[in-house]
Design a protein around this ligand. Structure first.
Ligand code: NAD
Length: 431
């Protein structure tokens, strides 16, 4: 009789065939790394699923006077290493599976950079572009009230993600504090600096991408001045990341937003591009650049491609057309598992999302520490500590990739899974 294999059963239970389902994409990478590590099946069963999935219905009085009920989520993936940590996303197409995947990525990301948090993520199905500031405030406050028992500095610490920002965090902090009866600024990170935010947090994710790219180009004997870069997305991660790279001498040849991109093979003046985008709300019409679609942009020949927009941008359909030496994943989940294999076979050096964009959560950790100390650091101290963490994590991951002869993404999952597994075993959570 065949021997029972609980790990294989679990894998079958959770893995489907949808290339673009982010939770399946996360699970596939997790499974590969877990198998390579020979992870204990009991630990595997605990770590592969979220700890909690919360769904809330949020009634909001709209400006018309009518009530609209919004659907929201908070998923807390893992607490073995500390409170859950992760952003809140407002989008019309946000789904529970997406939030589950994002919460798991947060667990692995926090473990890769070795900060004492687990993973969490939240989302509300809404179209923030079509809502007034008042409607967004009421939505945020009611969502916070629904989550009141589940969040807190020692439980779960939200942060901004797509379409949420420091104003959203200030509303959450205020609502949580109203219920507590005193100010609790460590309940969220990514707050305005004047309300307990950290200097350097706004730029942290883009800066973390920069620190990783600085290390990666050394492997190709390139200097910033010799390195051409293409960036998808021009928001917090892509825009700031591109500007920081530009300031260091990198040649940024193309950048985009959701509507498409601009390209100049001799390089773009990124501060001017961002000024133009801010003033005109579009990149279209920017002088001395050709217009490219987002899919064309990804295929431009360059040294570094930085997808910094959203999930599922590099799939089995376009991975063979990717023409870069290094890919720095500023976004969460921009590459599907099927694309991973194609990129690996084509020799692309991937800086996986759970390391490349971990600068944000690293400085969020610094913010949480500063809030709890009530003592705030200079910006250069924040940036220096961030650089130390990113460079150390990058080198650690490369060492694991080299010693196990695996791709960098698998190495990142292996580092993360080992840390979470060790803490879970030591705590005896599943005993
Ligand atoms: P943002 O909203 O500031 O910017 C997103 C950018 O991507 C915008 O330029 C937008 O126009 C563009 N975009 C959106 N949808 C697109 C699409 N379908 N195709 C092409 N472009 C599109 O968001 P952000 O904070 O920069 O986040 C971007 C990514 O980075 C997300 O995956 C997010 O989860 C991840 N991330 C962000 C942080 C952070 O600190 N902000 C930290 C870690 C990871």
């Amino acid at each position: 009789m065949a021997k029972a294999n609980p790990m294989a059963d679990e894998m079958r239970r959770f893995t489907g065939t949808d290339e673009k389902n982010p939770f399946e994409a996360m699970s596939e990478r997790f499974d590969r790394a877990a198998q390579l590590l020979g992870l204990d099946p009991d630990l595997y069963a605990v770590m592969r699923v979220p700890s909690r999935e919360l769904k809330v219905y949020i009634p909001v009085r709209m400006d018309t006077g009518h009530i609209q009920v919004f659907e929201g989520f908070r998923v807390q993936h893992n607490f073995a290493r500390g409170p859950a940590k992760g952003g809140i996303r407002y989008a019309p197409d946000v789904s529970l599976d997406e939030v589950k995947a994002l919460s798991a990525w947060m667990t692995w990301k926090c473990a890769v950079v070795n900060v004492p948090f687990g993973g969490g993520k939240g989302g509300i199905i809404c179209n923030p572009q079509q809502m007034s500031l008042g409607e967004l405030e009421r939505l945020t406050r009611r969502y916070t009230a629904e989550l009141f028992d589940f969040i807190g500095p020692d439980k779960d610490v939200p942060a901004p993600d797509m379409n949420t920002n420091e104003q959203t965090m200030a509303w959450i902090m205020d609502t949580y504090s109203m219920h507590k009866g005193y100010t609790v600024n460590a309940v969220v990170t990514g707050k305005p600096v004047a309300l307990g935010g950290s200097l350097g947090r706004r730029e942290a994710t883009g800066r973390g991408v920069l620190f990783c790219v600085n290390e990666a180009i050394k492997r190709f004997n390139l200097t910033p001045e010799q390195t051409s870069v293409v960036v998808q997305g021009s928001g917090n991660v892509g825009g700031i990341g591109a500007e920081l790279m530009y300031n260091l001498g990198y040649k940024i040849m193309a950048i985009s937003d959701v509507h498409g991109g601009i390209y100049n093979k001799n390089g773009l003046n990124i501060p001017e591009v961002l000024k133009y985008l801010n003033a005109n709300k579009t990149l279209e019409g920017f002088a001395e650049a050709d217009r490219v679609s987002n899919s064309e942009l990804l295929e431009i020949e360059c040294d570094v491609l930085a997808p910094c927009a959203t999930e599922n941008q590099i799939t089995s359909e376009n991975a063979h057309k990717i023409n870069c030496k290094i890919m720095a994943e500023g976004a969460n989940g921009p590459t599907t598992p099927k694309a991973d294999k194609i990129l690996f076979d084509n020799g692309v050096f991937v800086i996986p999302d759970i390391l490349a964009n971990a600068g944000g959560v690293t400085v969020s950790y610094f913010e949480w520490v500063q809030d709890r100390m009530g003592y705030f650091w200079r910006e250069d101290e924040v940036n220096q500590r961030l650089e130390e963490k990113m460079v150390a994590s990058f080198n650690e991951l490369c060492a694991v990739a080299d010693s196990h002869n695996v791709d960098t993404r698998t190495a990142a999952y292996m580092v993360a899974i080992e840390r979470v597994a060790y803490d879970t075993r030591m705590r005896g959570i599943y005993a």
